[in-house]
Design a protein around this ligand. Structure first.
Ligand SMILES: [Zn+2]
Length: 235
């Protein structure tokens, strides 16, 4: 099992850890650690990249995936050493992580704001990879791009707090709203909330404030398979 430090603190960019397994699969050669700061791709957010240093070896981490309750760190270098039990130092590419956090948080804010301006729109999908990010909405298929852009700019300028908390499924639905998928009533899950906007279950890494999103722009709006897709960039 890998303890996911990124879920506790998005601003922790390095850590010491122990290598608990190594192997290879169709994606390549990987290391499994007892704890990690590396976010595994998922929830519309790409994996972190960075390095793992162990003994006199330095591995480039080129992809990260979840495998059950373990996190596999795919490394670009070949090696023959048995590293199980060895201590290592994990270091993120901080610029790449911060950019992912800006895109991811911008996707949440865009979802909240478009839903609040266009009452019938519901965000159903978010893809927050840099340079190809979008949020898709079900609804009437129209929205006022200028209004959304203006409210986004105001919300970013206001530096709204982005909070993360855990709550049991039943408590979430009693306090906030009914989720469009079944949730175990007693099982806790992680939720992100921007200011007083609607909270959203999410396991990703987020900024502490909307002010850190920086410059935001809507790059395209189009209808895609019956949904309205709003593409965006942070610059
Ligand atoms: Zn999120």
């Amino acid at each position: 099992m890998t303890f996911c430090l990124f879920a506790e603190n998005s601003y922790l960019f390095d850590t010491h850890a122990k290598i608990i397994a190594q192997g290879s699969d169709e994606k390549g050669t990987y290391l499994v650690l007892d704890q990690t700061v590396f976010y595994p791709q998922g929830g519309g957010q790409p994996s972190d990249i960075g390095t793992i240093e162990c003994r006199d070896l330095s591995f480039d981490v080129i992809g990260v995936r979840k495998d059950g309750d373990a996190v596999r760190h795919y490394v670009g270098n070949q090696y023959t050493d048995n590293l199980e039990g060895a201590d290592c130092l994990c270091t993120l590419d901080v610029a790449a992580r911060i950019l992912n956090m800006r895109y991811h948080s911008a996707g949440h804010l865009l979802s909240n704001i478009a839903e609040s301006i266009c009452r019938e729109m519901i965000a159903v999908k978010a893809h927050c990879f840099p340079n190809e990010a979008y949020v898709e909405f079900q609804g009437p298929g129209i929205c006022d791009q200028e209004s959304i852009a203006k409210v986004m700019e105001d919300a970013i300028g206001a530096g709204l707090p982005i909070s993360v908390f855990k709550i049991a499924g039943g408590d979430f639905e009693a306090k906030f709203y009914k989720l469009p998928y079944p949730v175990p009533p007693r099982e806790e899950f992680r939720v992100v909330q921007i200011g007083t906007h609607k909270p959203i279950p999410c396991g990703g890494t987020h900024l502490a404030s909307t002010g850190e999103i920086g410059n935001f722009e809507i790059t395209k709006i189009k209808n895609k398979n019956g949904n309205l897709r709003i593409s965006f960039a942070v610059v």
